[in-house]
Design a protein around this ligand. Structure first.
Ligand code: 5AD
Ligand code: SF4
Length: 504
């Protein structure tokens, strides 16, 4: 199906684009004959107006509307970045379409946390070249974590010369300016920054869901876990000012949002680098006061920085969801040391106990890496021991992936692939069995569900989430989307439920 004829809008999307941040900006009032302003965000508003003008010319030349498509790989941070990129593309006049082969502006927001994410992008670029030959107006743009790696950009410059624009994680606020460069130049535009202290507020963003949103509270990471590439590609920790975060959430709530997900690589160290330091617990206390906001989530928490204050706030809170994602990575204290995680197995177990004492109904989920260099059978058994003791509600399990430039990549005794695979399978079986038992224990209970969408497989059902993040399917139609309703959990299917509304 060609999206130029039928641009299907899914049921949860904003039909008409409305940006709460940009209500006061009149793009027709910006004088484009003057040089662009130096300060942000005024400079980007200038380039948005300029890009609008260029796009109108292109539309006149082609005699049709122009479309964009964004593919987002990786984590929630990337998902939120894509909402900002989508906001800018819509502000300058592109419309969104469902299939990238129909788009005039194709953007890949990439991830590089594990090697397989990179391979996916190279694979897709080959296909895109074919589409671009059919549509010479097609612009191909790449951004995100993978683009912060020198060897990636060198490979694209050499082998994928049809790519039009490459930028990284630190300058996505400049997207409008980069689009103007790309539309005005005949050659590949590449703009990668090594790092930044800058946080530019009040730019467009186009939320995927009208009723819930991610909210960045900080960027970057200072932890340098020895396997992880994130600090190299996302830079040092920078916190947004609390007033900006609160303003954004209030605006979202006025626009229909009832659930926020506070985002940061390590939310527990929020605020340490602000001129007037604020703790994450204090920030949460302020967010809790926002009237109309019903649910607060956050991720990710680093066990080394999870404070007693935070646990106390979670225990008292009416709005913080009963879910904590607390990456373990390994249960072996000696491996945790080499991973540079700054906690031991015992400290992790104590922390879990403390959290469960304060918030008894909380679901705890985790991330685990199998096959870190030097992992012995005994180390792996320590991980299995933590799994059995904590009984996680769910766990993301990853096979260790060697990331060039990280300390672990240079470590000797990388674990043989077949050993890793066998351990991974054992771990997964254990994790899934425990998760299913834990989920089953809630069957028959009545709990609040925030309905998020019409079920993708069966249109007579809707799908939503419990406070503890579990997925529930129940009979209903799209009128329920965005509402919190009481649901009886009738049957458990391992890691999700079928339920029925008790009261709407
Ligand atoms: N290999 C495998 N998994 C990794 N993660 C981070 N780096 C790597 C790597 N090199 C996992 C960690 C982290 C999650 C987001 O990704 O478990 O918590
Ligand atoms: Fe990577 Fe560790 Fe930072 Fe998480 S805390 S992003 S695992 S370096």
């Amino acid at each position: 199906m060609n999206c130029r004829k039928q641009n299907k809008v899914q049921d949860y999307r904003n039909d008409s684009f409305k940006d709460t941040d940009l209500q006061d900006v009149d793009f027709n009032d910006i004088n484009l004959t003057l040089p662009p302003p130096e300060e942000e965000p005024a400079r980007q508003y200038f380039f948005m107006a300029k890009a609008r003008q260029l796009l109108l010319q292109l539309e006149a030349e082609t005699g049709r509307k122009l479309f964009f498509h964004i593919t987002t790989l990786g984590c929630q941070m990337n998902a939120r970045d894509s909402e900002k990129l989508r906001g800018i593309l819509k502000t300058i006049g592109y419309a969104e379409c469902d299939r990238e082969e129909d788009a005039d502006f194709v953007l890949y927001n990439t991830c590089t946390v594990r090697e397989n994410a990179n391979n996916k992008v190279y694979g897709r670029l080959g296909y895109l070249h074919g589409y671009k030959k059919k549509n010479p107006h097609m612009i191909i743009a790449l951004c995100g974590c993978m683009m912060q790696e020198e060897k990636v950009v060198a490979r694209i410059r050499q082998s994928y010369r049809f790519v039009d624009l490459i930028f990284g994680t630190h300058n996505i606020f400049k997207f409008a300016e980069l689009i103007v460069d790309t539309l005005s130049e005949q050659q590949m535009v590449v703009d990668i920054w090594e790092g930044t202290q800058q946080i530019v507020e009040r730019l467009p963003n186009d939320r995927k869901y009208p009723f819930k949103s991610g909210v960045n509270i900080m960027f970057g990471c200072n932890n340098f876990c020895s396997y992880c590439i994130v600090p190299y590609v996302r830079g040092r920790e920078r916190s947004r000012r609390p007033e900006e975060i609160l303003r954004e959430i209030r605006d979202f709530v006025a626009d229909g949002v009832i659930e926020v997900m506070l985002l940061g690589q390590n939310v527990n160290s929020y605020g340490k680098n602000l001129d007037e330091p604020v703790t994450f617990a204090q920030l949460l206390t302020e967010i809790e006061k926002i009237e109309g906001l019903k649910r607060i989530r956050f991720m990710t928490s680093h066990p080394k920085d999870l404070s007693d204050d935070l646990i106390a706030v979670m225990g008292r809170s009416e709005k913080i969801c009963r879910h904590l994602h607390l990456p373990l990575q390994s249960g072996s204290s000696s491996l945790l040391k080499v991973m540079n995680r700054h906690y031991t197995k015992e400290r992790y177990l104590e922390l879990v106990e403390k959290i469960r004492a304060a918030v008894p109904d909380i679901a705890i989920t985790t991330d685990i890496i199998v096959g870190f260099p030097g992992e012995t059978e005994a180390d792996f058994e320590e991980t299995m021991d933590v799994i059995r003791r904590v009984r996680f509600d769910s766990a993301f399990t990853f096979i260790y992936s060697k990331r060039t430039g990280t300390p672990a990549a240079a470590m000797e005794d990388q674990v043989p692939e077949d050993v890793v695979k066998r351990r991974f399978d054992r771990l997964l079986r254990e994790v899934q069995a425990i998760a299913a038992e834990k989920a089953e224990a809630l069957t028959g209970k009545t709990m609040d569900v925030l309905v998020e969408s019409v079920n993708h497989q069966d249109a007579s059902l809707v799908t939503g989430r419990l406070s503890n993040n579990s997925v529930v399917h129940l009979p209903g139609d799209k009128s329920l989307i965005g509402r919190i309703i009481e649901v009886r959990l009738d049957t458990c299917k391992g890691f999700y439920y079928y339920g029925s509304a008790v009261r709407e």
